[in-house]
Ligand binder design. Structure first.
Ligand SMILES: [Fe+2]
Length: 283
């Protein structure tokens, strides 16, 4: 059975059908999926009602799994599988405090940030809770030549929680916190496979720009962030039960939405794939 590939929009993303991820993938299919992933950056598979172990095997098509950072949100029998459940979320004034609101790339404060993250929808509320993606390769391409020159070799320190973070992060145990590094990342990275330049941003974790006054650094981050998160760079995924979505953290940013009824149940499995140290696009 040949895979069917339906591009999601003219920039990025593809819906892949004619595949049952509960079955082991052939070497040929694995190769094809990896090629599609490198090109489209977000792959959507519908109607995949996988057990956690099958979800792990699907992740292995694309790379090696990495451990989940926050140990309180994992499946006890499958520690590589994180859980994203409304029942675990704190509330403030009746509103759920959803992890991942505001655009970001996962664990950008790691020396080797995850190459990919994948979610599998187990229970979905009747409305809301979409995940949005923006293509930061295309956003980079569209910058003016002046801006490209200005940011070509700039770098930013990424820490667990920026002093200007628009969102708050899960509180960690002292042990978890001690294990989390701070790292200097390029603002423009070179994709490890395609070599395409891309903006590498995470306003929750970026602590200014190296060599710039804090106000100037944060102002530039805001400017780039506003540019990169325009709706023309966006794909908004409306979840259905059985959806498996995998995205490339070096090519897109993503954000969660807390716009669903907090009394309804929303439950997804999450896995992450090991990445590598990021190289600047320009030196
Ligand atoms: Fe995230």
């Amino acid at each position: 059975m040949a895979l069917q590939v339906l591009p999601i929009n003219s920039i990025f993303g593809a819906e892949i059908s004619n595949i049952d991820l509960a079955q082991p993938a052939t070497a040929e299919t694995r190769e094809q999926l990896n090629k599609l992933f490198a090109e489209h950056a977000v792959l959507v598979f519908r109607n995949q009602y996988l057990e956690p172990a099958q979800f792990v095997e699907t992740g292995r098509i694309f790379g090696e799994l990495m451990e989940q950072q926050v140990k309180q949100f994992i499946l006890p029998d499958h520690p590589l599988v994180g859980i994203n459940s409304t029942r675990d979320l704190p509330r403030k004034n009746g509103k759920l405090q959803v992890r991942g609101e505001n655009y970001h790339t996962d664990h950008s404060n790691y020396l080797e940030p995850p190459k990919a993250t994948s979610l599998l929808a187990v229970e979905i509320p009747s409305y809301g809770g979409d995940t949005q993606f923006v293509d930061v390769r295309k956003a980079y391409d569209d910058l003016s030549d002046n801006m490209k020159k200005k940011i070509a070799t700039l770098r930013s320190k990424h820490i667990y929680e920026s002093s200007r973070s628009p969102r708050s992060f899960a509180k960690l145990t002292a042990e978890e916190h001690a294990a989390i590094p701070n790292v200097i990342q390029p603002i423009v990275i070179k994709h490890p496979i395609s070599a395409r330049p891309a903006l590498y941003m995470n306003t929750g974790r970026m602590e200014g720009i190296e060599g710039m006054e804090p106000e100037d650094g944060f102002a530039l981050i805001d400017q780039l962030y506003k540019h990169a998160t325009q709706s023309k760079y966006e794909y908004r995924h409306q979840w259905r039960v059985g959806d498996l979505v995998i995205w490339d953290n070096r090519s897109v940013m993503h954000q969660a939405n807390a716009d669903y009824d907090p009394e309804e149940y929303r439950y997804l499995y999450r896995i992450m794939l090991k990445g590598q140290q990021l190289e600047p696009a320009f030196t």
